[in-house]
Structures are given as structure tokens and as C-alpha cells.
Design a protein around this ligand. Structure first.
Ligand code: ARG
Length: 501
């Protein structure tokens, strides 16, 4: 195919091989091949419906595009680097199958500027839905764990120091609560992404009587991104999605950090299932939490991808700039890293062993019920909280000096008495017991099992509705795909376009 017939430079001298190789985007484009073919089918159908091309040409175009699709599905789509990008490679199938006249007409009222960003949006929206589904799996794994351990006490930490007893259910549902917001951010990113730029052409729209609504419908978009200059020049949907992914990964990374810390010998609170743990090539005793470590590390990469995108777009003047070609590698890399990370964490969480005895021991070991003792003095003896805080602090310091803990109830009682506070030993044992302490935390959103169970229920309802919305989105995309495919089949079996559209 003579390059001049596709997009030869104005000077007609032909762009050098080296320049073409440098500018090629096939690596990042290859994943959008199916979308590029679909977009071309929709565009061709619209052109014919509007009388811009005739139905004979439409049939030829659709026949060649069907061949390209078959090659893609067989893993045999030929992508020639000298043709720069996916658009020219797909067009080559039309050119070679139907000749330059027909192929040349396919590009009427279309530019690679609106084509590429249409493909990107089509591909990205599917990636967002995949991630939402994997995230729902992870949320469910956390909520199942939370339900199973609604009563299992563990130390709650602030500053990685024992703070107050909580339950494993409270901890796990806490991550579930965080991820509910990530789902919302992904939904918002999907909405921003799922609008159609096709028909914007190079930047200014076109003098042909195109129907942008029709192409948007055939491609399963929610609507048209109307302003042509905006539509070809913006990549804010990519930045918004990357921001949602980066924030999601920040939350994933915090969970991963806890897995690393709490599976250590010093904590011994959790144990990874063997299938998700790694050995050492030299140290036979090792059981390393490599997945959680890599989750933390991939978070760094996703932040990098977001920054890459933001810096990429900040200096581009209005309209399409070739810089924008470089938006796809960070986008696809981030989507792949997030999918893989969220995807593997669900079974990691499901197979976690919770060392309940160890957690019980830790939650009572280091004065974590001191706040509850101070609360008791406020409740029963009407002391101001600051005073009760001071008294309990003094008692704790004494116990530490004597190498004792709250387990030594008679000593605690004596020390309190020395501060002028009488508490019966039986009452002390009730106040200082981590399990009973947790059960008293019944304020809204507190760690008491009944509060945790209510929150789990609410979060489960949220996950179910996220799943429903994802499912409805998928159906919308699949129906549009089927509608286009049915029109293509209709035209190729000899029907008039008007009868199948
Ligand atoms: N490969 C290009 C990209 O990804 C396609 C659009 C090229 N447009 C142009 N005017 N050179 O952005």
C-alpha cells in the first residue's frame, strides 16, 4: 500500500522508517484492536445511513472489517509497525480486501484524533468494570471475614502502639467501608469515560451531515461528548480514572502493610495460607508475604502512572497533540497492576489464618483497656475525665514500674485505692476484660459486635448494588455490540441497511 494514499506527509517525500518507528504506538494500541474495528463498523454504518457513502461500499467495508475481526479472534491480526498505529492497520484490511477507493471512503468525516480517543474510552470502560468486579470480590472476602470474627478481640492500634481492644470483624469491615468509596470513585470515572467523541473529526467537526448520536448508541456510550475541540483534546477521563486507581491502591497498600506487619513473628496475629506465601532460596524457615509487599510496590507504580498522565496533559495546548499518544501506556499499565493486585488479594484474605489466641493475649497484655477504666471512673464516681485519665495513667505507670499488668487485679485495686478511688475487684475484672470492653463499645459505628454486624449488612447491600450497576453497564455494552454485529450480519447477508438498522 503506498503510504501516500493513507497519510503521507504534505511534502510528499515520505516519512523515514526511523521516524515512523519512533512515532509508532502499536504496543499500546494493540489492546484496542477490537474497539477500533467496532468503531469503524459503527462509523461506516452511520455514513451509509446518512447517505454519505453508498450501501455497496458499506458492504465491502463491513466484509473486510469482519475479516479483521476474525483474524483478531484467531490471534492472527497482522499489525505492521510501519503503519504507525492500530487505526491504519485496521484500515489496511479494508484497503487490501476492498481496494483503496472503498478504504479511502471509510475515513470520511473521521480523523485519527477522534478515532483514538474513542477506542481508548471503549477499552478503558471495560477495564474499569473488571476492576470494579474484582474489588467487589475483595470487599466480600473482607466482609465474610468480618462476619466470622465479629466477636474475636484483637488490639486496636494508633501509632502502631496498643490503643484499645477492637474485633477482627471491626478491622476487616473497616477496609470494606473504605473500599465502598473506591467503588464510587470508579463508577464516577466510568461515567466520565463513557461518552462518545467520535464525529469530532480532527477538531472542528465536519461539513458532512453525520449523526453522532447514532454512532454513540451503536458503541454503547451513554451519550455524545458534544464539543469537538474538547472531545479530541481532553484526556481528563484518563486522569480521573488513574486518580481513582491511585487512591484505590493507597487503600490496598494500607491493607497490605497490615498483612506484612501482622504476619511477622513479633505480631504472630495472622498467618498466610501456604499457597500465598513464598520461601527463601537460602533460609529454609522463611514464609514471606511477597504478595502484600508487591501490592505496596505496585501502588508506587500506579502513583507514577497518575503523575505521568497529569504531567503529560498539563502542557498541551487545545486540540489534539501527539503527546496524547503517550497517555495509553500508563493507563493500561495501571489498569493491569490494579486488576492483578485487587484480584489476588481476595483469595489471600479468604485463606488468612487468624491466630485468635494470640490476638486475645495481645489485646489484654498492654493496658489497652485503660481508657475503659478511666471511663468507668467518670461514669460511676462522676470524676471529670481529665482527672480519671490522670489517675489511671498513674496506676499504669506504677504497674509498669513493678513489671505487672492489669491481670493483677488486686494490685490494680490497691493502686486505685491509693489514688482515693474504690472499685470492687469483681467490677475491675469486668472493666478490664478486652472481650467485655469491646461489647460495651455500642456507639454508632463502634467496635461492639452488634454495631459491626449492622455495618457489615449495610456494606453488603452496597457491594450488591455495585455489582448490579456493573452488570447493567456490561449489558449496555454487550447489547450495543450485538446490535452493531446484527446490523453487520444483516448488511452482509444482502439486507437493505434501512431494514436492519
Ligand atoms: N497514534 C495516535 C495516538 O495514539 C493516533 C492519533 C494520531 N493523530 C495524529 N494527528 N497524528 O494518539
Amino acid at each position: 500500500m503506498p503510504e501516500q494514499e493513507t497519510m503521507g506527509a504534505r511534502a510528499g517525500g515520505g516519512t523515514s522508517k526511523a521516524a515512523l518507528a519512533y512515532a509508532a504506538s502499536l504496543d499500546a494500541d494493540a489492546v484496542m484492536a477490537a474497539e477500533d474495528i467496532w468503531g469503524s463498523e459503527a462509523h461506516a454504518i452511520m455514513l451509509a445511513r446518512q447517505g454519505i457513502i453508498d450501501e455497496g461500499d458499506l458492504g465491502e467495508m463491513l466484509r473486510c472489517l469482519r475479516q479483521a475481526r476474525a483474524a483478531l479472534e484467531a490471534g492472527e491480526l497482522e499489525l505492521r509497525p510501519e503503519l504507525e498505529d492500530i487505526h491504519m492497520n485496521v484500515e489496511r484490511y479494508v484497503r487490501e480486501g476492498a481496494g483503496p477507493e472503498v478504504a479511502g471512503r471509510l475515513h470520511t468525516a473521521r480523523s485519527r484524533n477522534d478515532q483514538v480517543v474513542t477506542d481508548s474510552r471503549l477499552h478503558l470502560r471495560a477495564r474499569i468494570l473488571d476492576i470494579q468486579d474484582s474489588l467487589a470480590d475483595l470487599q466480600e472476602a473482607l466482609l465474610d471475614l468480618a462476619e466470622a470474627h465479629a466477636e474475636t478481640v484483637m488490639p486496636g492500634y494508633t501509632h502502631v502502639q496498643h490503643a484499645q481492644p477492637i474485633t477482627v470483624g471491626f478491622w476487616a469491615s473497616g477496609h470494606g467501608s473504605v473500599f465502598a468509596r473506591d467503588q464510587k470513585r470508579l463508577e464516577a470515572a466510568f461515567k466520565t469515560t463513557n461518552v462518545c467523541p467520535l464525529g469530532s473529526c480532527a477538531l472542528a467537526g465536519t461539513s458532512f451531515p453525520i449523526d453522532r448520536q447514532l454512532t454513540a448508541e451503536l458503541l454503547g456510550f451513554d451519550g455524545v461528548l458534544q464539543h469537538a475541540l474538547d472531545a479530541v483534546g481532553t484526556r481528563d477521563f484518563a486522569a480521573e480514572t488513574l486518580a481513582a486507581l491511585a487512591i484505590l491502591m493507597s487503600n490496598v497498600s494500607k491493607l497490605a502493610e497490615e498483612l506484612v506487619l501482622w504476619t511477622s513473628y513479633e505480631f504472630r496475629a495472622l498467618e498466610l495460607a501456604d499457597e500465598f506465601a513464598f520461601g527463601s532460596s537460602i533460609m529454609p524457615q522463611k514464609k514471606n508475604p511477597c504478595i502484600a509487599e508487591l501490592a505496596r510496590a505496585k501502588t508506587a507504580a500506579v502513583y507514577g502512572n497518575l503523575l505521568n498522565e497529569l504531567v503529560l496533559i498539563k502542557g498541551t495546548p487545545g486540540g489534539y497533540n501527539r503527546d496524547l499518544q503517550e497517555d495509553k501506556p500508563p493507563l493500561w499499565r495501571a489498569a493491569a497492576d490494579v486488576s492483578a493486585t485487587v484480584g489476588i488479594l481476595a483469595p489471600v484474605i479468604r485463606s488468612l489464618k487468624i491466630n485468635t489466641d494470640r490476638l486475645r493475649e495481645l489485646s489484654g497484655a498492654n493496658f489497652a483497656t485503660a481508657t475503659e477504666l478511666a471511663n468507668h471512673l467518670v461514669r460511676e464516681l462522676h470524676l471529670p475525665f481529665r482527672r480519671s485519665h490522670h489517675i489511671v495513667g498513674t496506676v499504669v505507670q506504677q504497674l509498669i514500674d513493678e513489671a505487672k499488668t492489669f491481670a493483677d487485679l488486686s494490685r490494680v485495686q490497691a493502686l486505685l485505692a491509693a489514688e482515693g478511688v474504690e472499685v470492687a475487684e469483681e467490677q475491675l475484672s469486668d472493666i478490664l476484660d478486652p472481650e467485655r470492653c469491646v461489647r460495651r463499645m455500642t456507639s454508632l459505628g463502634g467496635t461492639a459486635p452488634e454495631q459491626v454486624r449492622t455495618m457489615i449488612e449495610r456494606l453488603r447491600t452496597g457491594v450488591a448494588s455495585s455489582r448490579e450497576r456493573v452488570c447493567a453497564r456490561r449489558q449496555q455494552c454487550a447489547q450495543a455490540r450485538k446490535r452493531t454485529a446484527d446490523i453487520v450480519e444483516g448488511v452482509l447477508s444482502g439486507a437493505k441497511l434501512g431494514d436492519v438498522l
